[in-house]
Write a protein that binds this ligand. Sequence first.
Ligand SMILES: Cc1cc2nc3c(=O)[nH]c(=O)nc-3n(C[C@H](O)[C@H](O)[C@H](O)COP(=O)(O)OP(=O)(O)OC[C@H]3O[C@@H](n4cnc5c(N)ncnc54)[C@H](O)[C@@H]3O)c2cc1C
Length: 432
Amino acid sequence: MGRALGDGAVETTILGAGALGLTLGLRLALQGDHVTIIERADRPGGLAAGFPVGDVTLEKFYHHLFRTDHAIIELLDEIDLGRDLLWRTPDTSVLVGGKPYTLNSATSVLRFAPLPIWDRLRMGAAIGYLRFWPHYQTLEDKNAAVWMRRWMGKEPYAKVWGPQLVGKFGDYADDISMAWMWARLHCRTPQLGYLRGGFQRFYDRMADLIDVLGGSLHFQTSATSIRTQRGKRVRVGTTAGDLVADRVVSTLPTRLTLKLLPTLPTFLRRYDDQPALGAHCLILSLDRQLMERVYWLSVCDPGYPFLAVVEHTNYMPPADYGGRHLVYFGNYLPMDHPLFTQSKEAVLAHYLPAIKRINPAFDLAWVQESWQFAAPYAQPVVTPTFHQHIPPHQLPIPNVYLANMFQVYPQDRGQNYAVDMANWLARQLATE
Ligand SMILES: Cc1cc2nc3c(=O)[nH]c(=O)nc-3n(C[C@H](O)[C@H](O)[C@H](O)COP(=O)(O)OP(=O)(O)OC[C@H]3O[C@@H](n4cnc5c(N)ncnc54)[C@H](O)[C@@H]3O)c2cc1C
């Protein structure tokens, strides 16, 4: 791999063609850089990539946007996809005591039958405070489990919030920063956005634009090393040969990026210990609805082997998918969990009794197709000291940069924050 230089343009190599790598690639290409993107997978999109279902694509992991996701909404407009971004307020519920209860607005909190009225008022007041309070910094050293128990009450914590923290973070549930919880309640909206036809369209369009601007994308190619050369150029080893550039930006998770360096500078050692979880989704295509109205079900009852059930076609019409009813069963787990090595048939057999608890009429004969997807380093664990371990974008190695979802804070990672970070970094690099 290589490219003849001569026009004085900066050569930038980007590792990863997810939301971050592609947005950065587009911005730098528009600024006149020669951009080369190295991507391990066979298509762009990273964690938000899709796979074909009928005539469209579906995300391997459930995805939607919030009204507050300004950076990606603007980018979708900019690349002419904004008109296909649909906004709806689907039902988002929690499963408590075997029943789904809507929990996405002030009225739904007041009507939340599993809690006595006093607890509903208290929970509503605490949510109201978090939605109103703009300074997450005052909450970042606080432990979410302790804060929520104290201000929302023991019962709301035990029935609603505690189980969701356990579902999302497992053994780390008691060690999560309140700033992370603040961001969930402060920044999110009940109205959700989805790109009709699948977010893969967005990523394909971005890749095409980079190509038109003279950039090159190499799929099914993994970066294997990063080395600085004399003259401060950077050599990236890949499974398809070496590539030399003026600068390299890695969008890979911090730990994977640090593994590419020949030796780990002492300064970087403290950034090599951020805990993370893997993501797993089993997706069923059914010949009928599983849940009557619910799009998103957070499982708060004990004894279920998944944390969320997302019936995508209770949000987007089944007609978009050839009449299929598409349901995700999602999990975040330690990366050595046995679920990651099981066949989808074994996972479905394991999930079957729990699916029947959600809809007792459910029968395996409803299942027309199934898929399962897994990704390592998919969920950073945002502990109260997380912010002290966020690495700088400019590594202490000349012309090597890092920009990834482990630097998104205090919001939970998301496509919007990847786009926002890439926009910011492109502006910074332009001034150098
Ligand atoms: C279960 C789940 C649900 C989610 N739900 C939502 C949602 O509803 N809304 C939302 O906006 N966001 C959601 N997200 C988050 C969103 O997917 C991510 O924040 C976003 O896609 C991150 O983009 P990125 O470019 O930073 O990273 P990634 O998408 O991880 O991109 C990194 C890329 O690097 C590639 N790579 C890795 N190693 C190498 C290597 N050695 N060489 C070359 N390439 C390599 C990977 O294949 C990948 O394509 C969800 C994520 C998960 C896991």
